[in-house]
Design a protein around this ligand. Sequence first.
Ligand SMILES: [Zn+2]
Length: 677
Amino acid sequence: MDNPLLKKSNEPFGTIPFNDIKKDHFIPALDAAIDEGKAELDEISSNGDDPTFDNTVLAFELSFSAIDRVAKPYFHLFGSESDDAFQSLADEISPKLAKFDSDIYLNDKLFTRIKEVYDNKDKISDSEDLRLLEIVYKDFKRNGANLNQDDKERLRNLDNELSTLSPKFSNNTLKATNSFELWLDEADLEGLPDMAREAAKMAAKGKGKDDRWLITLQFPSFGPFMKFSKRRDLREKVHRAMVTQCNGGEFDNTSLCKNIADLKHERAKILGFDNYADYILEERMAENQKNIFNLLDNLYDASIGYAKNDLKEIKKIAQELDGLTDLEPWDFSYYSEKLKQKLYDFNEDSLRPYFQSEKVIAGVFDIAKKLYGLDFVVLNNIQKWHDDVEVYEVFDEKESHVGLLYVDLFPRETKRSGAWMNPIKEQGMEDDGIVRPHISLTCNLTKPTDEKPSLLTYSEVETIFHEFGHCLHGLLANRKYKSIAGTNVFWDFVELPSQIMENWVGEKEALSLFAHHYESGEIISDDLIQKIKESQNFMSGTLCLRQLSFGYLDMAWFGKNNSVDNVEDFEWEATEKTNLFDKIPGSSMSCKFGHIFAGGYSAGYYSYKWAEVLEADAFEKFKEDGIFNRQTAESFRDNILSQGNIRHPMELYKAFRGREPKVEALLRREGLLSVDA
Ligand SMILES: [Zn+2]
């Protein structure tokens, strides 16, 4: 069979031959690639010569390219262009890859060689070689390679058990969400805007009831309901259902919370750490729990007063409008919407005509030109996974080739929702030299219609800038080894290049480049820009406090090896100072906190705020020097974007900023800093 996944690409720039790849190519190609991978593994681990950096670590870094040639296109298409049959291939592919991974980490002969190179690392002088060695060695250690046989076995069992508990947790949350239905008659719809009514009608129709309306616990349904429904009794019902989800009852998650936390702590203990957070933080910019609590406490001190004030304002408007004197949690969203309408009389949709997607893309390219001297030139000779995709060749100001950028903007049935960047080919060394990257940017933006071009919301524009920031991190990568290049950095550092880009959207100088009315060509007015800025800080104290309560809760579970008896009490104690309302009996956040119990965020929830502190502080440097200052941009590229994981992120950050990050910039931006502070 002529299988394009089995050979190196002959396409321009070695791009993936998307048109030639068929679904049936993947499994046979993967099987062959894994056989090849095993042979490579064998060759390195059975080498008769003494272990050296070149014959062991470098050889390992350059191995398994055949697997990459299958896995990269598969997972790319899985997200961007796949039907059910294509997706279900993952049931075969993922376990094969996981099995091969554990074959690597449990290969004692290989680890013994790596360890010997590591123990003699003072013989290595090249800093990048040293960094790669450190990363590879640690990676093996953190996967248990250094343990005795019994502990290895325990670790494997723990991982197996954890891999079954997380889906159970998510399943319970999903089922609990689906089990709640609030059925409404026309008389119950008071206050709901047309869009919310239509959605509720559609949901009811889906269940075969044409003459009624249905509210569920899916966010697009309950969100608008809590904001707009005049029926206080029904808001209470929905709120109580939501906060008590999975705490007891048919879909109880309490024991899963305890179990998952216990097992993770045990995993950390086997590997020599006191608790799971300490294990995780070994590979994070934040480094230790003290730094995280410093961050949380600082933000808490700054936001609590503002949050209390938000509540006071909401109580005031509730009394003014409806004579309400006993504001409850289920009134909060409703009256905060009323307050928002009173304060900012502007409709976000009025911005759309200024954000035509083609102009926004041209604008973000323009900004990259001003900052980094980059040019984007459309290529028409590259195979793509869909006709909607545009491919650009990126050049620097010396007209040298920087890489390729694939841009795929609009939703379709074969594409998953959300927005993301992924490298299709990473920058770094391959067998025949160092290659430049191929990066993909994917969004699901408002589509053009027959009458109108694609006109975006403000937050969609921010999304493009965000993902484009990740793309720059990938494109401007300039390292010797792929494992160290581009976005292969510590997890709480990876959102700095992306989030910082969102700041340009809020700047007049940047907006004037691309925010032109699609019909009249008129540039967005200062008045509109001002309104966007003001409304963005609405309730920022309350929102910050909410994020902090999640952060504290996460650290309570994973920062200490507690034996939790009652989840509700434990949780209340951990988050009490962030709660502005009394406790609702039966309520629990933990029981539906999928991020930390079923996702990758255990001991990692803080990183949202961590990254915001970094990008706000870094962007202030641009504000001080001018947002298009070439020197500042070059310093950001040379110290951060091109560096990957060559040094600890704090060192990279300090090299750019001249000091460690401070929280003040974020507080200033969000209006959480009094002027005289
Ligand atoms: Zn991101």
